[in-house]
Design a protein around this ligand. Structure first.
Ligand code: NAP
Length: 295
């Protein structure tokens, strides 16, 4: 077995993503010698104890990160600034600070200014997840065969960047490197906009009259059901994603709205060729995802 990457690794927050990392680390043994977990609520900490996800469980995040050579933020991105203010003076010199947040520009904005000298910030985003949350929802295979996008800063220490990449390789992920702006645009179209559409379509269905709503649920096995799975996602996480990737989401939404209107216009004017073309493009994208084993 390879040497553990970290001597003492602290997970700040332990829901779906944090607990999946803890589970891989426990299973493999070569990610961290000691896993420290800290989280906001006593109930969650208790659950972490029951599930055996940590070697050390600590209610106070500042105490939890002390002496750790690796720290991973696994909390909603809107909570980063406050959590960072609390822990920054306690981060160990030389430590690698990374995260799993779904937005990256906001992470650099919130974590860089309070970063103590000698602590290395390397943001990352595992492109893996489900609609479930909490420490019971995690599983060690979550990241296998999935991409993890690492967004180092120009000044990031190469050894720290390599350590974060190796962490994700050991979780089974494939690594891509990107700048935070590109990352935020890419995820706005592949993840944030689809969620926005799913939340909206469920809201629209919910607004319909009572008898229609029942019909909606009765016949949900058509395309609607797939939207409801996405729309069942965590409220705090998704509120924070939209508020912290505002520009990119609004840009993609306006492009989408233009395209949707064009589709509507084609339906109105009976432009069968246009409609067929859109459907064919959808099928082509689906096929290429299957070929890339990302379906
Ligand atoms: P989750 O299952 O809901 O767990 C959230 C964790 O953050 C819990 O430990 C929770 O603590 C803590 N937390 C919530 N609000 C907080 C606050 N205001 N201050 C401090 N701690 C707080 O979430 P998750 O799905 O693992 O997501 C965690 C991060 O991963 C997010 O940044 C998200 O954008 C990113 N991400 C998620 C997915 C996905 O599909 N879910 C995929 C990729 C990346 P308590 O339980 O103690 O309250």
């Amino acid at each position: 077995m390879a040497e553990p990457l970290f001597n003492r690794l602290c997970l700040v927050g332990i829901g779906l993503i944090g607990s999946s990392i803890a589970r891989v680390a426990k299973k493999r043994g070569d990610i961290a010698k000691t896993i420290v977990v800290t989280t906001r609520r006593a109930e969650t900490l208790q659950r972490v104890r029951e599930l055996g996800l940590a070697d050390v469980v600590e209610a106070d995040a500042a105490r939890a990160v002390e002496g750790c050579d690796g720290v991973i933020f696994c909390i909603p991105v809107g909570a980063y600034a406050e959590a960072m203010r609390h822990i920054a003076p306690h981060l160990a010199p030389g430590a690698v600070l990374t995260d799993v947040g779904s937005t990256k520009g906001s992470v650099v904005r919130d974590l860089s200014p309070p970063l103590p000298a000698g602590v290395h910030l390397v943001p990352a985003h595992p492109m893996a997840g489900t609609e479930h949350s909490g420490p019971d929802a995690g599983f060690p295979e979550l990241f296998e065969g999935r991409y993890c996008i690492v967004t180092p800063l120009p000044e990031s220490d190469p050894a720290a960047v390599e350590k974060v990449k190796e962490l994700w390789r050991r979780c089974g992920s494939m690594i891509e490197t990107m700048d935070p702006v590109t990352h935020d645009k890419v995820v706005a179209i592949v993840s944030h906009l689809p969620h926005l559409i799913a939340f909206t379509i469920c809201g629209t269905a919910d607004d319909l009259a009572e008898e229609t709503k029942e019909a909606v649920l009765k016949f949900a096995a058509s395309g609607f059901r797939d939207f409801t799975r996405i729309a069942a996602s965590d409220v705090d996480m998704w509120r924070d994603v939209f508020l912290n990737n505002r520009e990119a989401v609004l840009e993609m939404l306006s492009r989408f709205a233009e395209d949707a209107h064009a589709f509507g216009r084609a339906i109105r004017w009976g432009e069968a060729g246009f409609i067929e073309d859109r459907i064919k493009r959808g099928r082509k994208i689906r096929r290429s995802l299957i070929e890339r084993k990302q379906a």
